[in-house]
Write a protein that binds this ligand. Structure first.
Ligand SMILES: [Zn+2]
Length: 166
């Protein structure tokens, strides 16, 4: 997979900062967190958390070596280009499932919303409060969910389309 695609995927499923880390590692395999920090100018603590997140998604890996003098382990990171398309597919699949669940939840439930936007409650919860807002006491209205449902349906269609094409 070419670098541009790798960076695009990283930005989509993690974030832009992570894409910068991946770009640096791609050009400097075996870099330590300190090298990355120096290379792209983020704090070491931020680099560390980005590295852990990328590692948890299997987009990067490390070699660990013990520093004989100090006795602690040093980590040398590298990108694993082969994993990107599988990880991306799985993330898309997860997203599609989440959208479907949310759509089902929206379609099967009625929500009540405060006109001052303090609270959004399920039918059961708003019944318990006699359909008045527990924060400000105003009468709550049934939420118009058509816009939300429309957006969810569009997202689902886009994701299904993605799987049909790939
Ligand atoms: Zn309210």
């Amino acid at each position: 997979m070419e670098l541009n695609k790798i960076l695009e995927i990283t930005a989509e499923i993690v974030n832009e900062e992570a894409a910068q880390v991946v770009e640096f590692l791609y050009h400097n395999p075996g870099a330590s967190e300190f090298d990355v920090s120096e290379g792209i100018g983020f704090a070491v603590s931020q680099i560390r958390s980005l590295l852990y997140e990328l590692k948890s998604k299997n987009l990067i890996d490390y070699d660990r070596r013990k520093d004989k003098e100090k006795g602690w382990y040093l980590y040398y990171w590298k990108v694993v280009p082969l994993n990107f398309s599988k990880v991306y597919m799985n993330e898309k699949k997860k997203k599609l499932e989440q959208f479907r669940e949310r759509l089902e939840n929206e379609e099967n439930n009625v929500f009540y919303i405060c006109p001052n936007f303090c609270k959004r409650l399920s039918f059961e919860d708003s019944l318990e409060h006699n359909f008045t807002c527990p924060v400000c006491g105003t009468l709550m209205n049934e939420e118009n969910k058509s816009r939300k449902v429309e957006i969810l349906k569009r997202n689902i269609k886009e994701h299904e389309h993605f799987f049909m094409e790939s």
